[in-house]
Ligand binder design. Sequence first.
Ligand SMILES: O=C(O)CCC(=O)C(=O)O
Ligand SMILES: [Fe+2]
Length: 371
Amino acid sequence: MQTCGRHSIYRVPLYRGFFVRTFKTLPVVDIAALVKDDKESAAQLRAAKDLHAACRDVGFFYAVSHGVPASITDGVLLEARQWFNLPAHVKQEISLGPETCYRGYQQLGSNVTRFDGGFQRDHHEAIDLYKEESDRDASPLHGRNQWPVQRPSFDTSLQQYADACLGVGQAIMRGIALGLGLPGDYFESPEGGGTTAESSYWVMRAIHYPPLSQGEGQLGQAASQAVAGAEVERHVQLSCGEHTDYGLLTLVNQEPHIPALQVKNAAGEWITAAPIPGSFVCNIGDMLKVYTNGLYEPTAHRVINADPSRSRVSIPFFYEPAFEAQVAPIPALVPAGSAPNFGSVRYGTHLENKVLNNFELEPQASSVGEA
Ligand SMILES: O=C(O)CCC(=O)C(=O)O
Ligand SMILES: [Fe+2]
């Protein structure tokens, strides 16, 4: 096992197979020291150790003491809820498509979860925003955002929220680097991809999940089973189908009233990520699997809003690598004498392949009536 001198806080197990993911709850990690301290401290190393265990054994954790004021996290959820209450034709003024670089509003059922031989429409509407890039020719995703200008206060609170999440994302990535026995700024350095709060090709989605009802306001039997945490056939409509995330780290800010996010353990059981006020539910994405040579695995999750009377709003923020980052297994995490488990991938190419495949933008016959 190679480590990086003074940064090594313990030996990092190289084979995740020792750590069967039989979790029944999600760990809570206090990240105060990572967001507050400039210098590496004993408290930072403790947080880093907790992050390492959480990423290796679960792939999900609640981040608490993150320092983002409730006025920002609660405020943006409230603003989003009010924006989604606007008439459909107002929301559609900022509809997304290839011509808007996939930025803007997606109506109910446009987002799909694909599986072999088919896809399922997810039962949510959303606004998608990305880091803004002026060089439109360089990627079908590059461009300016369609901010929700119909409510300037929402626009402002989204921007504040994004700034705050960039700081938290960079701090958690420092903790993850330390937890891997690397220098805290590893992912910010050129050899680690050069990802910082400034360069991250972040994504932010404000999502509205109407009640998941079938028939006359009742959940279908299969969907009810899904609510109870069972595995279901792929054709059963869910608020958001089973998937893993694409990049480094996702921070989910969710409304407190509905437990709807479910996380799959190795036994195939669905564990509910019930809201904890003041926390972000965090999960790791595909790129951390590549960086760690497979030690950290992104965990499948899905969303089911089973409350027949209330919709749910969440605002995931995706702290992702820089678009041009070349992501490859970190040499110190590849056993001496072994070939790396993965080749190098340009993050922007990985993202394009995912996003360009995410939509079925033709209106759904049954659910788009109110325009
Ligand atoms: O709404 C949530 O709780 C999670 C959404 C999600 O998994 C995603 O957008 O990737
Ligand atoms: Fe996700």
